[in-house]
Design a protein around this ligand. Structure first.
Ligand code: 5GP
Ligand code: ZN
Length: 115
C-alpha cells in the first residue's frame, strides 16, 4: 500500500535498523523500544491486521512464527522473549500493517496484572 508506514519501510523508502530480510518478510528495531531488545517482524505483503488474514496466509504466518525464535536468539534473547500482536483498535494497534513485536532482554513483567 502506497501510504502505509511499514510498506514504505519494507520497500526501503523509510530507513530502519534492519534485523533480517528475505523475499517475504522484514524485521527491524522498534523506533520506541519498551525493552532492551524490541523489534518487529513484518510481512512484506500488506495485511492490515490479523483480522484480515485467511487460509491463503497460513504459510506466511507459520513462517513468521518459526522465524521469531530464530531472530530472537540472534538478538541475544536465548532465555526467551515476549511476542505481541496488537490487532485492530480494540487491540491497541497503531500501525495498520500486521506485525509481530518481539520483546525481551530486560525485566518483562507479567502481561496481565491481577490484583
Ligand atoms: P502497534 O501499536 O501498531 O502494535 O505498534 C506499532 C509500533 O511501531 C510501535 O511500537 C512504534 O514504536 C513503532 N513505530 C512507529 N513508527 C515507526 C517507525 O517509523 N519506525 C520504526 N522502526 N518503528 C515505528
Ligand atoms: Zn502496509
Amino acid at each position: 500500500m502506497s501510504d502505509c508506514l511499514f510498506c514504505k519501510i519494507a520497500r526501503g523508502e523509510i530507513p530502519c535498523r534492519k534485523v533480517y530480510e528475505d523475499d517475504d518478510v522484514i524485521a527491524f528495531h522498534d523506533i520506541n523500544p519498551v525493552a532492551p531488545v524490541h523489534f518487529m517482524l513484518v510481512p512484506k505483503l500488506h495485511l492490515a491486521s490479523l483480522m484480515e488474514a485467511d487460509e491463503a496466509h497460513a504459510a506466511l504466518l507459520g513462517r513468521m512464527l518459526l522465524l521469531a525464535p530464530k531472530l530472537a536468539k540472534e538478538q541475544g534473547l536465548e532465555n526467551g522473549f515476549r511476542t505481541v500482536i496488537n490487532t485492530g483498535k480494540g487491540g491497541g494497534q497503531e500501525v495498520l500493517h500486521l506485525h509481530i513485536h518481539i520483546i525481551g532482554g530486560g525485566n518483562i513483567p507479567p502481561m496481565v496484572r491481577r490484583s
